[in-house]
Design a protein around this ligand. Structure first.
Ligand code: ZN
Ligand code: ZN
Length: 462
């Protein structure tokens, strides 16, 4: 972490727009006695992933405190070296003189002196472990680039030396040399009952193993210093982004403030301001996504053809499994996409808590989220749902109710032998005119028969 302390007080006015700089200048207010550093110093942070813009910081006093404390949390790394020291002593007591690196180098234990040590319990045969390692590699590289003196020591659950060696190849950190009994004693000492387990020895925080693994998967290096408080703070920033951030804060980040068009042209995020935007979470492997893409394309073309100016834009946030699928996926879409290699894809899924795809989050021309349920709006009302506001949906629903009130509860139609009942259907095909219908229909309870209300030919008795 790049931290510079200087003794000049920098006041709030120097929070001015410094983007695209990756530095955020924070002054510590004298109103924040809980911060252990002396007053009137300025802290300069290099935030690699989460750009928290100065605008957000300025917004409200309470936010101000929150955000600065979020950034502060990264400073607590001088915390406890005690446990880090203890593990080195314990290893040395066990007769371990060196640790192993992935290139089979023997690294003397003493090289870890003074470092923040984290233990990583894992096994080659364990699929979740293999899935977690790339997250941990990214964290390890990023934190070390930030100048944090961190070392991870791998303790193996493998029973075979072959598996241990194979596993170690995927790790840029160090390992306790293979010895089943020694590893077993370490596992017992730290009461590890599941893998992957990541145990930072820099604090005795009570964050659970599952939460910490999830926190690292979600936030990468920003999870440091791996405390429950840190996790809560990161979640609070996500919440703020979801509820209050504008489009640029959501989509533009350090070094990656553009989207790509179908023909691979870079489009700056700033070009999207003043438009209604749909953030479309989708993957090619998902059949429901492929069919919703067709509906959404219809709405997109419809809305953009209706007005002379291009005023509704969609951004694909792909959850495709690889670049090839991503390219196939977006080849069917006339709109923009976040580049596949951009970590924001992952961040936006987390910020909007995307549990299933397809999902569509709609953002208004003012840059604020209008609805996280755009899929329902588009699949129910198509282009009529525009501008996707709650009041628009209420109007559409009221019009539908009104239409329903004018229709009889049931009818007898000359084309069908059974009584047809008034029904509400999301989509059906009319058995008379063979055209698509939605909402009100007259349907048969006995067989699969539906009619548009307008296609009913009443059987007049007497
Ligand atoms: Zn019909
Ligand atoms: Zn029938």
């Amino acid at each position: 972490m790049c931290i510079e302390l200087c003794h000049n007080h920098i006041n709030a006015s120097s929070f001015s727009h410094r983007s695209p700089s990756s530095y955020i200048y924070l002054s510590i207010y004298e109103t924040q006695p809980h911060i252990s550093l002396s007053h009137s110093i300025c802290i300069l942070f290099l935030l690699v992933q989460n750009k928290v813009t100065t605008e957000l910081i300025k917004k409200r006093e309470e936010k101000n405190l929150l955000l600065s404390s979020v950034l502060m949390a990264g400073l607590n790394f001088e915390a406890e070296y005690g446990d880090s020291h203890n593990i080195l002593k314990a290893l040395s007591d066990e007769g371990v003189e060196f640790l192993l690196s992935c290139d089979e180098r023997k690294v003397p234990l003493s090289e870890c002196n003074g470092k923040i040590i984290c233990l990583f319990f894992s096994a080659n045969w364990c699929r979740p472990c293999r899935g977690f390692i790339p997250h941990l590699v990214e964290l390890y590289d990023t934190l070390r680039k930030r100048g944090i003196s961190l070392e991870i020591i791998f303790v193996s659950f493998d029973r075979e030396e072959g598996g241990f060696n194979e596993h170690l190849k995927s790790m840029p950190w160090l390992a306790v040399p293979f010895d089943v009994n020694l590893h077993r004693r370490l596992i017992d000492r730290y009461r590890v009952d599941r893998i992957p387990s990541f145990i930072p020895l820099c604090s005795d925080d009570d964050i659970t193993v599952e939460d910490l693994i999830g926190c690292i998967e979600d936030y990468g290096a920003n999870a440091f210093p791996f405390t429950r408080k840190r996790h809560e703070e990161l979640k609070a920033v996500d919440k703020m982004k979801r509820e209050e951030a504008n489009l640029e804060e959501l989509l533009a980040q350090e070094g990656c403030n553009f989207l790509i068009s179908g023909d691979d042209i870079k489009v700056p995020v700033s070009e999207l301001t003043d438009k209604t935007i749909g953030l479309y979470f989708s993957a090619y492997w998902s059949p429901p996504c492929r069919s919703f893409t067709i509906q959404l394309t219809d709405v997109y073309n419809n809305l953009n053809a209706a007005k002379s100016s291009h005023y509704f834009e969609i951004v694909l946030i792909s959850t495709d499994r690889d670049l090839k699928e991503f390219n196939i996926n977006r080849s069917s879409m006339p709109w923009l996409a976040i580049p596949y290699e951009d970590r924001k894809r992952h961040d936006l899924c987390r910020i909007f808590d995307i549990k299933g795809i397809p999902a569509l989050v709609l953002i208004g021309p003012d840059g604020k989220v209008i609805s996280e349920n755009g899929k329902f709006m588009v699949s129910s009302y198509g282009a009529d749902a525009y501008p996707f506001t709650e009041s628009r949906i209420r109007d559409l629903e009221a019009a539908l109710r009104k239409q329903g009130e004018t229709l009889p509860q049931q009818v007898e139609d000359i084309k069908h032998e059974h009584v047809l009942k008034l029904d509400m259907a999301k989509a059906y095909v009319c058995d008379s005119c063979k055209k698509q219908g939605k909402f009100w229909a007259f349907s048969c309870d006995v067989c699969d028969y539906d009619l548009h209300p307008s296609c009913v030919e009443k059987l007049h008795k007497d």
